[in-house]
Design a protein. Structure first.
Length: 318
């Protein structure tokens, strides 16, 4: 290396010649422009940091309530009430980006109710109430039995209600026998439809004139934020009362089961229709909103949860 004896030169004036390093550090740059303030620098750092932090993740598990369509009450004066639609509750594992199909079952019209489903989870429709001398249909909850006859070897005196499915509902009540008395007939009522919260009641035996059994109670759930009954049984023909809002029997003219509650229809001359099904998915609102909801689905955020309800078939993607 060749040593140089040339004296050090001062920096040109426009670069701050003759100024100390401390002064140069506080002087605005004439080449790059004014230096940003501390507040601006902090804001830029916050923005860049936020870009590197992922947003809310989709949930890995959601809570659900699934309700099938209720069964119809039997037409005619001697029939059983419709069974409530099966009700299922639990937790469902979620794969982000996967579309989850939702099927909402229709209430029965002179038939069993239709099934509802969330992906591969299925709730079974309620059974239709029985005609005279017949057993109620099986279903998520069973339909009520029709009235019977006393002292007749070919007709059962107490036709049984249909069976429910364990974990979804209960059996319907038995019908009672019709007995011709010397002065007036005795008994002869339809059993109440089974409900998701309990069995339908048997028609009272040997009572005076068409005493039907009450429908079984529904299952109470607060998953939507309000306590609501789902899957109640319809009342049997006579004076049977519907369980928790389901259709009543003949003397109180038969009513349809409540829509989107899965209630069974009341029995009577024309027979009440079953109520349609319902589905709810719920998870904490610290997780991301769904990527897409189609069909009959809506979403609200309340009480610390995202709550997705379906009153008609559709789908949801997380």
């Amino acid at each position: 290396m060749i040593a140089s004896d040339a004296p050090a030169m001062d920096a040109p004036a426009f670069l701050g010649g003759g100024m100390s390093n401390a002064a140069l550090a506080t002087r605005p740059s004439l080449i790059l422009g004014p230096q940003p303030s501390a507040a601006v620098l902090l804001l830029e750092i916050a923005i860049r940091t936020a870009k590197d932090v992922p947003g809310p993740f989709p949930p890995s598990v959601v809570e659900y309530l699934l309700v099938a369509g209720g069964g119809a009450g039997r037409g005619g004066p001697y029939g059983g009430g419709g069974g409530g639609g099966g009700v299922r509750t639990g937790n469902l594992s979620i794969s982000p980006g996967t579309q989850i199909p939702i099927i909402i079952g229709a209430g029965g019209a002179a038939s069993n109710g239709s099934n509802s489903a969330i992906a591969d989870v299925t709730a079974i429709g309620g059974g239709i109430g029985a005609d005279a001398y017949q057993a109620g249909a099986n279903g998520g909850s069973g339909g009520g039995g029709g009235f019977g006859l006393e002292d007749n070897p070919t007709v059962p005196p107490f036709p049984p209600g249909g069976s429910g499915i364990a974990g979804q509902g209960y059996s319907g009540g038995n019908g009672s026998p019709f007995l011709f008395g010397e002065e007036s007939p005795i008994g002869g009522g339809g059993g109440g439809g089974g409900g998701a919260g309990g069995p339908g009641q048997h028609a009272p035996p040997y009572s005076y004139w068409f005493d039907g059994g009450d429908g079984g109670p529904g299952l109470i759930s607060s998953i939507t934020g309000s306590a609501i009954s789902y899957g109640a049984g319809g009342g049997g023909s006579g004076d049977g009362l519907g369980g928790s809002g389901a259709g009543n029997g003949w003397i109180n003219p038969p009513q349809d089961g409540a829509a989107n509650r899965g209630d069974g229809g009341g029995a009577g001359y024309w027979g009440g229709q079953g109520g349609s099904g319902f589905a709810v998915l719920r998870y904490p609102d610290s997780y991301a909103l769904p990527a897409a909801i189609t069909g009959g689905g809506t979403i609200i955020t309340s009480g610390g949860f995202h709550i997705i309800t379906f009153t008609a078939s559709g789908s949801v993607t997380f």
